[in-house]
Design a protein around this ligand. Structure first.
Ligand code: ZN
Length: 61
């Protein structure tokens, strides 16, 4: 599924304050969130993946 800028819930990159770009979108909690460039997006994705891994470890019985 291709992410679309029109579905993005934010207009400015949280890192830089620059406008989000269509090639720098990702999903967070089922919503499309955007960044000004793929470097900013990848930094965010890394953090989310790490935290979700931690949470998954926690909830295993
Ligand atoms: Zn950015």
């Amino acid at each position: 599924m291709a992410l679309k800028l029109e579905d993005c819930i934010n207009t400015l990159c949280p890192w830089s304050g620059d406008p989000v770009s269509e090639e720098s979108l990702t999903l967070y909690k089922g919503k499309v969130v955007g960044f000004c460039n793929v470097g900013c997006r990848d930094k965010f994705e890394k953090a989310v993946v790490l935290f979700e891994d931690c949470l998954n470890v926690d909830t295993k019985d």
